[in-house]
Design a protein around this ligand. Structure first.
Ligand code: FAD
Length: 417
């Protein structure tokens, strides 16, 4: 049986970046990646036609760590013969998520070690090697690279009602089915909730819901902070700085910096406000906004959901969309093996090289993408540091500085003072 140097679990942007950056060194580092999806897609339930990428396109899968790698967005444009027309429209600050997905699919089509329809069921360790069970078949590897992404945050009291009339925002476009004359509740006020609200309100007057109940915890909608100073928080230097802090200080900063990633873009806020202004005079769709409100319970009776709020009021709607975000959950396939690694507050302890920390001597390592927000800060689930993190992981796997991961400048000297 072939023994791989590394097996990747999941093919989202994180592991795809690592696969693309491993490619030039594939003779030194054998790898294979599995994903349970039928084919590659990038958050299809929220792929609205005009949704924009919220990060510089220079932060593609490879450019930030190796601009000469052939899997860059620029090379995608060149190979697709789109480079001149992309430049003609000053496209760099205006890339749609759909185009970014097309780029990701192009990278997928160029790599021959990515397998879809391949569910990783269990990961085990046998003293020398990891054994990975994929669709009942066993693969052996010296190291694991987790890239399984985040989990939809669904309140427990909603779980038993999950259906085509109550679902998480990540399922929106799969479940959406014309809400003409219906009452719809949207829970949450992040970018996804706003995109969903906009999509529903942009229907013809005759296809509008009769009522929208928009319920969110915040006092008001928060602007996504997108200044160059905010963007400094999405650099390797800042990631290393956050990692060097004491837990309390780090947790406080991560909370303070929340709206550099969890706010709503200015253009979206303007569009939503315009739509709400128009709706005020359109009697076909009444809109009630419940700010300072959180959902505390939910029941269903006669095809209607009754939602209890923290202020003890009850709101009813026929459709409920949970824009309640995502969180890191230890994936099922590693649940049993996870007992061999340090875990605190439901998340793995992670060393400086993005490895899980074992309780005893285990040969080989488990690396993790998108599971280190608690030690690396708000940039961890974002695309900004994906290429750099892949560089750190590949250097560690090869025990060699093949990628330059350390000499980028920042304007502020992010060092523990
Ligand atoms: C709608 C949306 C838009 C976003 N837009 C931006 C943006 O503009 N800019 C930005 O910086 N960030 C953005 N993000 C945040 C982040 O960049 C993305 O969530 C990104 O997809 C994270 O990549 P990932 O590879 O870590 O995880 P994912 O993309 O979630 O990929 C994980 C993969 O693992 C697979 N998987 C899981 N478990 C298993 C298993 N047991 N076996 C096999 N396969 C498995 C899944 O099928 C999935 O394909 C966005 C997030 C969302 C939800």
């Amino acid at each position: 049986m072939k023994i791989y140097d590394v097996i990747g679990i999941g093919v989202g942007p994180s592991n795809l970046s690592t696969a693309a950056l491993i490619k030039p060194f594939s003779s030194k580092l054998s790898s294979i990646f599995f994903d349970h999806k039928k084919e590659f897609s990038w958050h299809p339930g929220l792929m609205f036609p005009d949704a924009k990428l919220q990060v510089s396109i220079l932060k593609d899968l490879v450019t930030m760590i190796d601009p000469t790698n052939k899997f860059s967005f620029l090379n995608y444009l060149k190979e697709e013969r789109k480079l001149y027309i992309f430049a003609a429209r000053n496209g760099f600050s205006n890339v749609k998520r759909k185009e970014f997905e097309a780029y990701l699919k192009w990278v997928v089509s160029k790599l021959d070690n990515l397998y879809f329809n391949s569910n990783v069921e269990e990961i085990d360790h046998t003293g020398e090697l990891f054994k990975v069970k994929v669709n009942s078949e066993i693969f052996e590897t010296r190291n694991i690279l987790m890239g399984a992404g985040l989990t939809s945050n669904i309140p427990n009291f909603c779980r038993s009602w999950l259906s085509s009339t109550l679902f998480h925002s990540s399922q929106f476009l799969k479940q959406y089915n014309n809400y003409r004359g219906k009452s719809v509740a949207i829970i949450g006020d992040g970018q996804s909730s706003c995109e969903i609200l906009k999509f529903i309100l942009e229907n013809d007057d005759d296809s509008l819901p009769s009522r929208i109940n928009w319920i969110f915890r915040n006092h008001r909608l928060n602007l996504l902070e997108d200044t160059p100073f905010a963007n400094e928080l999405y650099t390797p230097n800042y990631s290393e700085y956050i990692y060097s802090l004491e837990k309390n200080q780090r947790t406080k900063l991560i909370e303070q910096e929340k709206y550099t990633s969890d706010g709503v873009s200015g253009s979206m806020l303007n569009e939503i406000y315009d739509l709400l202004y128009y709706m005020k005079f359109n009697t076909k769709c009444e809109i009630s906004i419940y700010n300072d409100s959180s959902l505390t319970d939910l029941k269903k009776e006669n095809e209607k959901y009754f939602m209890s709020l923290n202020n003890e009021s009850t709101i009813e709607s026929e459709i409920v969309i949970l824009g309640t975000g995502f969180y890191y959950q230890i994936p099922k396939c590693i649940e049993r093996l996870s007992k061999e690694y340090y875990i605190e507050d439901g998340v793995f302890k992670i060393d400086k090289k993005f490895r899980l920390i074992p309780k005893s001597n285990i040969k080989g390592s488990i690396f993790i993408h998108n599971g280190a927000k608690h030690v690396r800060g708000i940039a961890d689930p974002n695309l900004s540091l994906v290429a750099w993190r892949s560089g750190v992981i590949i250097n560690t796997l090869l025990n060699s500085d093949i990628y330059n991961i350390s000499d980028e400048m920042t304007i502020i000297d992010w060092k523990k003072k």
